[in-house]
Design a protein around this ligand. Structure first.
Ligand code: URA
Ligand code: SF4
Length: 205
């Protein structure tokens, strides 16, 4: 399968997935969207109200802010891949539970392996924890971390940053560093190879 077909295959499976209890309350699963050759992958927490209605990630207020942040570095959302650690909406936007994150992790692993991005940006604590367990976002936000041969940058969640002036300035500054981080990031392992061992391990919590 070529990368486009592989992403389509993941999405097709996500749309009918019943591997955790979130399937029961969803309207539409939200697999993620963007080009298979994206240099940047953004990983949010989980679909909210609007995402659940439309089946697309980051289409509400947090999504508009994300688009604004991308524009500030001369990028459009069509150039990046955007997804979440859980693909179905947690009821009432509650936190995703560990067993839900675990049940959904293989889809995210396959997306990352297929896209093989230069930089992964985690948005919020839950997606950060999947790559960098026990880190404090206040200590590591905006800084490149090497995880399993990949470059991961943790950022605050745009929904939180949108309404808090100090966090908003912080996420704007962290975005401003992204072009340099992309340029610096070495090419990760080729897609044909097995995924880096500790990405697989990290997805086992
Ligand atoms: N917040 C998220 O974490 N993900 C979305 O897709 C939308 C809002
Ligand atoms: Fe399947 Fe993930 Fe949706 Fe759970 S959240 S039902 S594992 S796609």
């Amino acid at each position: 399968m070529n990368p486009e077909q592989e992403l389509k295959s993941v999405a097709d499976q996500v749309m009918v997935c019943t591997d955790c209890k979130l399937h029961a309350s969803r309207k539409l699963a939200v697999p993620g969207e963007g080009p298979a050759n994206a240099e940047l992958v953004f990983i949010g927490e989980g679909p909210g109200f609007h995402e659940n209605e439309q089946g697309r990630p980051f289409v509400g207020a947090a999504g508009s802010f994300l688009e604004e942040l991308l524009a500030s570095i001369g990028m459009k959302r069509e150039q990046v891949y955007i997804t979440n650690i859980v693909k179905c909406r947690p009821p009432g936007n509650r936190d995703p539970q560990p067993q839900e994150i675990q049940a959904c992790s293989d889809y995210l692993d396959r997306q990352i392996r297929t896209i093989n991005p230069k930089v992964i940006v985690t948005l919020g604590r839950f997606s950060m924890a999947r790559f960098i367990p026990n880190a404090r976002i206040s200590a590591i936000h905006g800084r490149a971390q090497r995880v399993g041969g990949r470059t991961v940058v943790a950022m605050y969640h745009p929904a939180a940053a949108l309404h808090q002036p100090s966090l908003r300035r912080t996420i704007e500054q962290d975005f401003a560093r992204l072009p340099t981080l992309i340029a610096k990031a070495g090419q990760p392992a080729p897609t044909e190879q097995a995924p880096p061992a500790n990405i697989q391990q990290l997805s086992l919590f």
